[in-house]
Design a protein. Sequence first.
Length: 256
Amino acid sequence: MTTGYSVFARYYDILTANIDYKKRADYFHGIIEKFSKTEGKILLDLACGTGSIAEEMSKIGYDVIGVDYSDEMLGIALDKKFDSGLNIQYLCQDMRKLDLYGSVNITVCALDSINHLNSLKDVKKVFQNVALFSEPDGLFIFDINTLYKHRNVLANNTFTYETDKVFCVWENTIIPDTDEVKMNLEFFELEENGMYSRSSDSFSEKAYSEESIEMLLNECGFEVLGKYGDDTLSPPACDSQRIVYAARCVNSGQIL
C-alpha cells in the first residue's frame, strides 16, 4: 500500500476545504439509520486521515475509533480532538493489519481509501479484518473511485490548486493495464520573507471493478445492502466517479 501523505498531510485540509464533512457524515448516518439492526453506536473510521469525518460522526453521537497509517495525518486529527474536546480514540495502524481491542457496530471507510490498496489481495485482507472486528449484523460503509474516474478524469491529467497559503501542482500518470494512477504533488508555500519553499509527495491509487469488490465482500462474509453513485441514494451511472457500498456482516468474527 502506497500511502504518501508525509508532506501532503500538512496541506490536506487546505486543499480539501471544498468537502462538506458534515454533509458526508449526515449521509453516512442516513445509511446507517436505514440498515442498522442494532442499537450499538461504536463506529470505526478506517483510514480516518485528519479526523474530519470522525469529528462529525462523534458530534452525531457515535463512539468513534479512528485508524490511520499516517503519523502525520493522525497528528492533525489529535490537534482537532484537543480543540473540540470530543471523545475519539485514534490508533496508528495499517488497515491490512487491523487489531482492535474489541468489536465495532459500524465501520466507515471514506474518500477512496480502499483505492490506496495495491491489490485485490490487500482489499480482501481489509475486508476480512473488518469482518473479524464487526459485531453480528455490523455495517460496513465505504466508497471507491470508479474505473471511469481513473480512466477519464484522473488519467494522465494535471491539476493545479491555489490558496492563500499554498500552490499545488498535481500530476497523474495512469498505467492502462492495471488502472493504477500514480500521483505526484509539488507544493509551493509562501514564506514570511516573500519567497516560496518547495516540497513534494507522491502516492498511487488503483481502481477495481464493481464485480471484484462485490465478489470479495461475499467471500469475506458480507451481504451488499446498497450501492450508490456519487454520494446519492441512486444506483451508480456509467459515468459515476464514486460508488458508495453499504454492506452487512453476516459472518462476523472469522478470518477466511
